[in-house]
Design a protein around this ligand. Structure first.
Ligand SMILES: CC(C)(COP(=O)(O)OP(=O)(O)OC[C@H]1O[C@@H](n2cnc3c(N)ncnc32)[C@H](O)[C@@H]1OP(=O)(O)O)[C@@H](O)C(=O)NCCC(=O)NCCS
Length: 225
């Protein structure tokens, strides 16, 4: 299968969301953060669409297809590195407000769609603490928020093709990469193949009902002489 990775466009968003919905079925974080009896797929699609629209302008959002089909097989959503010393750009500042107001509109229109907000904030706090401890590099980190591949296309190099698009850039610029995996098996082993190392576990504990996430960092590869 010959694979083609391109930057996400608006036309790719529905296909990218399909990969997320299918690949994250049964994902431990998803199971924990949603009350599935109240899950609203329409609200979830709207939320992911907003995130994709935002990411097309401000993130490094990619999709992968095989060269002989228009179907999106996988997607990767990265945030570019920001040195902690650098002030936030005005465009990022305004776009964060754009996202916020659209999310408020979404919540007024659809409700929470099964999202357990208490757990969402437990996760956010655990994530902020982990990143505070781990993000020590002055150059910042390429942060892989999501990488997903349709179940039928997994194990065929789609994940690698998507990851390498950014890993190459990180190597060229000598910058670390970071991700948080919601599964240890098999994901930690898969990410190790890309050069990531497990550096910390992150517990999200809602009065004893808890999940663990796996924080991994990848150092840039030195150029071979
Ligand atoms: C994790 C995921 C993105 C990987 O994508 P993929 O297309 O299946 O992975 P690839 O086929 O490109 O394989 C990447 C490497 O991992 C290895 N690998 C694949 N499956 C593996 C497994 N079950 N155990 C160990 N290694 C594995 C491959 O051999 C390959 O290594 P190589 O290129 O050195 O041979 C994909 O499986 C997925 O979407 N899973 C479900 C959703 C998910 O968990 N996303 C991540 C949330 S943190």
């Amino acid at each position: 299968m010959s694979l083609k990775v391109t930057r996400m466009t608006e036309a790719d968003i529905d296909g990218a969301i399909d990969t997320i919905h299918q690949a994250f079925k049964g994902d431990p974080y998803n199971e924990w953060v949603y009350d599935h009896s109240k899950f609203n797929p329409k609200r979830n699609r709207y939320s992911l669409r907003l995130r994709c629209l935002w990411g097309i302008s401000h993130g490094l959002f990619y999709v992968c297809r095989s060269s002989d089909s228009p179907k999106v097989l996988g997607t990767a959503m990265w945030m570019p590195p920001t040195p902690p010393s650098e002030p936030q750009s005005w465009s990022l500042y305004f776009s964060s407000w754009w996202l916020y107001f659209n999310q408020v509109y979404m919540n007024l229109t659809f409700g929470r769609g099964g999202l357990i907000t208490k757990r969402y904030w437990i996760w956010k706090a655990a994530q902020a603490q982990a990143q505070k401890e781990l993000w020590t590099s002055k150059t910042g980190y390429y942060f892989c928020n999501i990488v997903t591949v349709l179940p039928e296309a997994q194990g065929k190099g789609v994940g690698r093709a998507l990851m390498e698009e950014v890993l190459r850039e990180a190597d060229e610029r000598g910058i670390d990469c970071y991700l948080e995996s919601s599964r240890d098996v098999p994901n930690v082993a898969i990410y190790e193949k890309f050069g990531f190392e497990l550096v910390r576990e992150m517990d999200c504990d809602d009065e004893g009902d808890k999940i663990k996430l796996y924080c991994m960092i990848r150092k840039p590869k030195e150029e071979q002489p």
